[in-house]
Design a protein around this ligand. Sequence first.
Ligand code: DAK
Length: 257
Amino acid sequence: MPYEMILTETPAPGVGLARLNRPQALNALNSQITREIFDALEAFDRDDSIGCIILTGSDKAFAAGADIKQMADTDAVGMMGDDFTDWSRMSRVGKPIIAAVSGWVLGGGCEMAMMCDLIVASETAKFGQPEISIGIIPGAGGTQRLTRAVGKAVAMEVMLGSRNLTALEAQTAGLVNWVAPVETYLDEAIQLASKIAEMPRVAVRLIKDAVNKAEELPLSAGLDYEKRNFYLAFATEDKTEGMTAFVEKRKPQWKHR
Ligand code: DAK
């Protein structure tokens, strides 16, 4: 697939990697790069050889937010009609996505990272929602996902005070899975992705689906939802293989079915 603003590769078996590649604008998210990211994530999602996806940028910037120059001349109606606004495409990706982030992780960049399932950050990563500094508010989930991730007090400070969190602060607050030196964070994300890609993929998908529901449903409805996914796992060949392999004391051979 010919992309102009992102790069894609398969850095390890089962791992698909999409890289934002607009260095002159610190990977600012305009309509084209956003569309290309969602196209690439969906292509990896459809690809049977891929079990886990990594979304990354450069060491200097994962993304410095939505493209302010593009938004500057856009009014409310223009924003509503732009396919830039349809970020639900990312939520529908069934395979796990790891954000491997470094440098600026701001505004829409922070929101995009939070839409991923895990975040591996370099020590230089700076997380923020500075929209207030340009007279707007977060529009791709920042007020909701950041608050759920780090709690109201820190979220208010970040958004009202336009204060960036360091990688360690973000990890302590619960936003980031782990922090690694800038030289190795991507390799560590690839190792994690490889490990997930080796897991039985139907179970991986069912877990991602159920965990994401935990953010939306009351506990009783969430437990019912989990139970249905649990029963569904019992309809897979991998359930039979996994349990048989345990009893026979051998490594399971997953069919991802
Ligand atoms: N948009 C456009 N260009 C940007 C940019 C951005 N967000 N961030 C940086 N650039 C460009 C700069 O204009 C500059 O380009 P030239 O002037 O060289 O042509 C180049 O990248 C390098 O930037 P700087 O010279 O500013 O670099 P510094 O190291 O001095 O500063 C910085 C780095 C990250 C602190 C600074 O660039 C900065 O403050 N950038 C803006 C950060 C920001 O305010 N981000 C939030 C934007 S609002 C939605 C989805 C998403 C969103 C909303 C709705 N829907 C689905 C509805 C998201 C909104 C946002 O993210």
